[in-house]
Design a protein around this ligand. Structure first.
Ligand code: G1P
Length: 286
């Protein structure tokens, strides 16, 4: 049985320039999908998958994320005084010691952000979730991956098909043998030049990695865009330990862009019992 995945790293230091001006004074992770900030969805996904420690790699101007998961005594007292339920706050209240933060002081890339959490992760497997990517499914994406990981161990990344015209925007895998939702990985490349991608299977930002990934990141080598890329560090592990792609059964929404955010809002709203009917009526008539 592989070592259980207890810790998850959330890289949340990015500037969110594609969502300006909204992200001028609030982190993009705090922009809402219906009535919850984006980060809540990734945290819910991690918790449901059995994660016990949430490691936020933050940066300047990102304190609102950490405050959000704190207990709001004044707010709770006010709501109580008015006889209102506190249930709505429940998912935002971290358990004692559940949230740990570390700063990425310079924007040196996703690989660098993950590496900044190396002392907190220590010598055990860990998950990485990119909160921009909203993944909806039952069980959720990371939970499906954890279930597969418990069978095959090693390293596991979610993978999804995209049109060939989009592969240059993502990390892309070179797939080997496939067994159900699992595909062996022969290689991977970050943001391949158009027409050069080894497949159209992209990495949508869910990873289960062994501590060896942190050691691979120690080299701090720069890759695509002059940044330290997580994809490059993972590529070094292939051949040394099992490395699989997991074809997630569910929906993915790229909330890094304005259109993706709006689409995600509609998709989530339509699934909700409370706001769903009104939104469905509006969309049908639009
Ligand atoms: C990052 C990763 C890339 C992944 C993508 C998913 O890229 O480096 O491998 O496919 O997230 O959104 P970024 O979007 O930060 O350029």
């Amino acid at each position: 049985m592989p070592t259980r995945v207890r810790k998850a790293v959330f890289p949340v230091a990015g500037l969110g320039t594609r969502l300006l001006p909204a992200t001028k004074s609030i982190p993009k992770e705090m922009v809402t999908i219906v009535d919850r900030p984006l980060i809540q969805y990734a945290v819910d996904e991690a918790r449901e998958a059995g994660i016990e420690e949430l490691i936020f790699v933050t940066g300047r101007g990102k304190s609102a994320i950490v405050d959000y998961f704190d207990q709001a005594f004044e707010l709770e007292a006010t709501l109580k005084g008015k006889g209102k339920s506190l249930d709505v706050l429940e998912p935002s209240n971290a358990k004692f010691g559940e949230v740990v933060t570390v700063r990425q002081q310079q924007p040196l890339g996703l690989g660098h952000a993950v590496w900044c959490a190396r002392h907190i992760v220590g010598d055990e497997p860990f998950a990485v979730l990119l909160p921009d990517e909203l993944m909806l499914g039952k069980p959720n994406c990371l939970a499906q991956m954890v279930e597969a990981y418990e069978r095959v161990g090693g390293n596991l990344v979610a993978a999804l098909e995209v049109p060939d015209s989009e592969t240059h925007k993502y990390g892309v895998i070179d797939p080997g043998a496939t067994d159900g939702p699992l595909t062996e990985i022969r290689g991977m490349v970050e943001k391949p030049a158009p027409g050069t991608a080894p497949s159209n299977l992209m990495l949508p930002g869910r990873y289960i990695l062994q501590p060896s990934a942190m050691r691979a990141l120690d080299a701090q080598e720069k890759g695509a865009g002059g940044e330290i890329q997580l994809t490059d560090a993972m590529a070094k592990l292939i051949g040394n330990e099992p490395f699989h792609a997991y074809r997630f059964d569910g929906e993915r929404y790229d909330c890094g862009s304005a259109a993706g955010f709006v689409i995600a809002n509609i998709a989530v709203a339509l699934q909700r019992e409370d706001v769903g009917p009104a939104v469905r009526e509006f969309v049908a008539g639009a």
